[in-house]
Design a protein around this ligand. Structure first.
Ligand code: KIV
Length: 271
């Protein structure tokens, strides 16, 4: 029997046990009540209220503009829907990088005002003070290494990270620092599969990959990409499980046509 069927609610301990027992962890983003309810009821292990909300919900080009208040609005909506999944919320850009007092205050606001179970933040050694303070306050922290979208203007491109030895070496050190600081898991984004394998095997905390190959302890995707709502975004790592863009467009066009042709509503749809 799988670990997640034995336990009612998914906790950080459940994820740890899943890694130990070789059961892969499923994680998907959600930003609102209705989708979070669907994903929770479908059996998702972790729901990530990602700062990708900045892109897919608000239409910004990067994740940088989204605010803490906006993340709290999305996260509170998700938490109201969830019975079983672990809900992790991204600390948005600017709410933890400047100093650990600000980081702790941001994390506390998320936990207090949303009811979420954990926070996620990007970076390794550079944000270690903040991670330590947040963990010390009893708040579970998920790390995020590799392509960290909040640093996109430093990278200048969304291409695969840590292909050069120095960056790969830093990532290998950073994952150990995250583990030592008490992070319960870490996302590895867009790094070579072999590096992700080595990193995953070097720690006892679970790694959750996106564009990091099959050897991570779990996988995460952005819901709009995985459901085919976005059609322009086509990275190699993305598998589309639906073509909602096509299905929604055709349903909406049918509705427009029915309204224009006075076919909706009919007699049985009227009072
Ligand atoms: O914001 C987000 O959706 C993320 C995932 C891509 C891991 O951080």
């Amino acid at each position: 029997m799988s670990v997640h069927k034995e336990l009612k609610k998914i906790t950080t301990n459940t994820l740890q046990k899943m890694k130990m027992q070789g059961e892969k962890i499923s994680m998907l983003t959600a930003y609102d009540f209705s989708f979070a309810k669907l994903f929770d009821e479908a059996g998702m292990d972790v729901i990530l209220v990602g700062d990708s909300a900045s892109n897919v919900m608000a239409g910004h080009e990067t994740t940088l503009p989204i605010t803490l208040d906006q993340m709290i609005y999305h996260a509170a909506s998700v938490v109201r829907a969830v019975q079983r999944s672990l809900v992790v919320v991204d600390l948005p850009f600017g709410t933890y990088q400047s100093n650990s007092d600000i980081a702790l205050a941001s994390a506390i606001r998320i936990m207090k005002e949303t009811g979420a179970h954990a926070i996620k933040l990007e970076g390794g050694e550079e944000v270690m003070d903040s991670i330590q303070r947040i963990v010390k306050a009893g708040i579970p922290v998920m790390g995020h290494l590799g392509l960290t979208p909040q640093s996109i203007y430093k990278f200048g491109t969304y291409t695969v990270r840590a292909t050069a030895t120095d960056e790969a070496d830093k990532l290998k050190k950073d994952i150990l620092l995250l583990q030592e600081a008490g992070c319960f898991a870490a996302v590895l984004e867009k790094i070579p599969a072999e590096l992700a394998k080595e990193v995953t095997e070097s720690v006892h905390i679970p790694t959750i990959g996106i564009g990091a190959g099959p050897h991570c302890d779990g996988q995460v995707l952005v819901m709009h990409d995985m459901l085919g709502i976005n059609t322009e975004f086509k990275p190699r790592f993305l598998r589309r499980y639906l073509n909602l863009h096509e299905q929604i467009t055709s349903a909406v066009q049918q509705y427009i046509q029915d309204v224009k042709q006075k076919e909706f509503p009919n007699q049985s749809e009227s009072y």
